[in-house]
Design a binder for this molecule. Structure first.
Ligand SMILES: *Cc1c(COP(=O)(O)O)cnc(C)c1O
Length: 431
């Protein structure tokens, strides 16, 4: 801040504007209030040694689409080609999304709910990212606050700070399989709290909330008079003992805004097709004006490309179960491989086996490591010495932990974790 004003005063002309305070780079690491996964990963990538003959092993990303095992289904590709060729979708979209796509999503999500969604409950967004932008923006007003999970997905913090919406953090508990600290939620909330956010299946923890736990979340939210925002962008990517249960199942206890996308389940994040859905059979979000506000926001926002919207009904109706089960099978295989291999490395540990999404949180035992200051130092040295990219936990709100992505070819994952093991052995505290 301030630079524009100084520069302005050098010439005769004065300029009154300057950029808003957005932290994206190195300075963000120290303030930790508004950093992004992208910004932190760029720092780690910049630290790679250029002349290592070994291939870089990326275990920090959230987009496995470049890997052959994670190629999307031909059904989805053909649906987009067909939609494009039809020339029916060269037009602008309606601000809430085109009706056939909203109907298809309503039908698709209703399969897992005890009530039926209407197309009017569905709003299409530019990926789940824009759905987050919409929900936070419609809630933002002076003094309002929302409750976010820690560790979590830092885009929420970054977006909230940009619109001056206060955030407060409740903990996810590693000793309880990353369940929400519900007592903590009750303590954090006050009269200005409007919503709590949950991410299920979890990024960054790879956890899946049980039916019983989600019901408890609903009851606590109801008691506090707040809505639940359920980020289900990893919906159905569950491969452990617990099935994925959408939060909307409890929509009659508490109003739920469900966020989702094609990005992760179909592995096409570049197609930018997401949704925001009111899973609220009692119509509380409508009565309270939230729905009008969402429409108002979407009226002045860009829409997902119409030809991608045009492909949605075909994709949702025709994608075969064998595609989903192949992806789930691969994720289960790589999650288990990752968990078992990490168990054998003395100075790091996983508190629980991942059951969903694409990530696992790994705890650093710094007292067993020599010359490693913290998680960022660990990741910077790991990328320099072993050409392995891992996300420091600081980037997701958990200092001295790591977030490891297992959504990658099994052989590369094995190679990457082996290198992490040699790194830890080389830096082990001497007795
Ligand atoms: C990837 C991700 C998003 C963003 O999804 P896009 O559809 O790619 O915009 C939102 N929330 C979480 C938790 C994510 O991991």
């Amino acid at each position: 801040m301030g630079e524009a004003t100084e520069k302005g005063s050098l010439g005769e002309q004065k300029w009154r504007f300057q950029g808003n305070d957005v932290l994206t780079t190195a300075s963000a690491l120290t303030t930790a209030s508004a950093l992004t996964v992208r910004g932190v990963l760029n720092l780690i990538v910049d630290n790679l040694t250029k002349d290592d003959p070994r291939a870089v092993v990326p275990l920090g990303h959230g987009d496995p689409s470049p890997f052959p095992s994670f190629r999307t289904t031909a059904v989805a590709e053909e649906a987009v080609v067909e939609s494009l060729r039809s020339a029916n979708f060269n037009c602008y979209s309606s601000p809430v999304g085109i009706l056939p796509a909203r109907s298809a999503i309503a039908k698709h999500l209703s399969k897992d709910l005890p009530y039926t969604l209407s197309p009017d409950d569905v709003f299409l967004t530019v990926g789940c990212t824009q759905a987050i932008e919409v929900v936070l923006s419609v809630l933002a007003r002076p003094d309002a606050n929302v409750l976010l999970p820690r560790p979590g997905f830092p885009f929420y913090e970054a977006r909230a700070s940009f619109i001056n919406l206060e955030v407060r953090h409740f903990d996810l508990l590693p000793d309880r399989g990353w369940d929400v600290d519900l007592e903590g939620v009750e303590k954090l909330a006050d009269d200005n709290t409007l919503a709590m956010i949950i991410i299920n299946p979890g990024n960054p923890c790879g956890n899946v909330f049980s039916y019983g736990h989600l019901k408890e979340v609903a009851l606590v939210a109801k008691k506090l008079g707040i809505m639940v925002i359920a980020d289900e962008v990893y919906g159905h990517l569950a491969f452990g003992g617990k099935p994925f249960v959408p939060m909307g199942v409890f929509g009659s206890i508490v109003p739920v805004l469900t966020l989702g996308a094609m990005s992760k389940r179909w592995i096409v994040p570049g197609w930018r097709l997401g949704w925001l859905v009111t899973t609220d059979p009692n119509g509380i979000l409508k009565k309270s004006g939230v729905v009008e506000s969402i429409k108002g926001f979407l009226n002045i926002s860009p829409d997902p490309a119409t030809f991608i919207q045009g492909a949605v009904p075909h994709i949702l109706e025709k994608t075969k179960d064998d595609f989903f089960s192949r992806i789930i099978g691969t994720l289960k295989q790589t999650a288990d491989l990752c968990y078992e291999m990490i168990k054998e490395i003395p100075c790091i540990s996983c508190s629980s086996r991942p059951e969903g999404s694409m990530f696992v949180m790994v705890k650093l035992n710094l007292s067993m490591l020599e010359g490693i200051k913290d998680d960022i130092d660990f990741c910077m040295k790991l990328s320099k010495e072993e050409s392995v990219i891992v996300l420091p936990g600081t980037a997701v709100g958990m200092k001295n932990w790591l977030r490891v992505t297992f959504a990658i070819e099994p052989l590369s994952l094995e190679e990457g974790v082996k290198r992490i093991k040699s790194f830890c052995e080389r830096h082990a505290m001497k007795q």
